[in-house]
Ligand binder design. Sequence first.
Ligand code: ADP
Ligand code: MG
Ligand code: MG
Length: 194
Amino acid sequence: MELTHEQAKRWLLNFHQKVTDNKAYLSELDQAIGDGDHGSNMARGTEAVKDKLGSVTEDSLEAVLKQAAMALISKVGGASGPLYGSAFMAMAKTAKETSELSTLIEAGLDGIKHRGKADVGDKTMIDMWQPVTSALHEDDLTEVTIDQALEDVKPLKAKKGRASYVGERSMGALDPGAVSSGYLFTALIEEVLA
Ligand code: ADP
Ligand code: MG
Ligand code: MG
């Protein structure tokens, strides 16, 4: 399945809406195992993405993804900004070669892994991106994939980021970045796959 630049814009606007609607919840999740700012970080970042998208005049997927990356990197102070930024920057680079959706998302996943030096099972957003990438390769991304990933991330012990400081106490909690990435992919399902 090919991703168009119009779809990418709608996807990002939908993501902004979900993050904004759930800002307090995302910060509450981060309060439990981090520093309580994930909702405000992501709301600020996705607001900047929305603003940037308004000024993208070039009708290309690469331009949309690159503007999103730059907005996230420049407006989010926390760890999540550079991580989401690296994902979108990697997707933008890949978009020069292909607009195939699963290839783009896999490039995003690799960008996050490379930037954050984390992997599957470390209780981060990677634990959402990885199963979503696999499902896309199977042509079977649904809400069930996202719900299952959230269930699977709960029991893990955080090994990267601020949540790793609380050690065992992170077990049983949701990872805020996995939840915000879940919104990103729910938005993708709604705007692109539905
Ligand atoms: P900060 O931790 O700087 O306050 P945020 O609260 O905005 O930043 O983001 C925290 C989220 O970032 C975590 O829930 C986790 O999903 C993600 N994260 C943190 N470190 C890493 C990493 N090294 N690799 C991948 N994701 C990470
Ligand atoms: Mg935080
Ligand atoms: Mg912080």
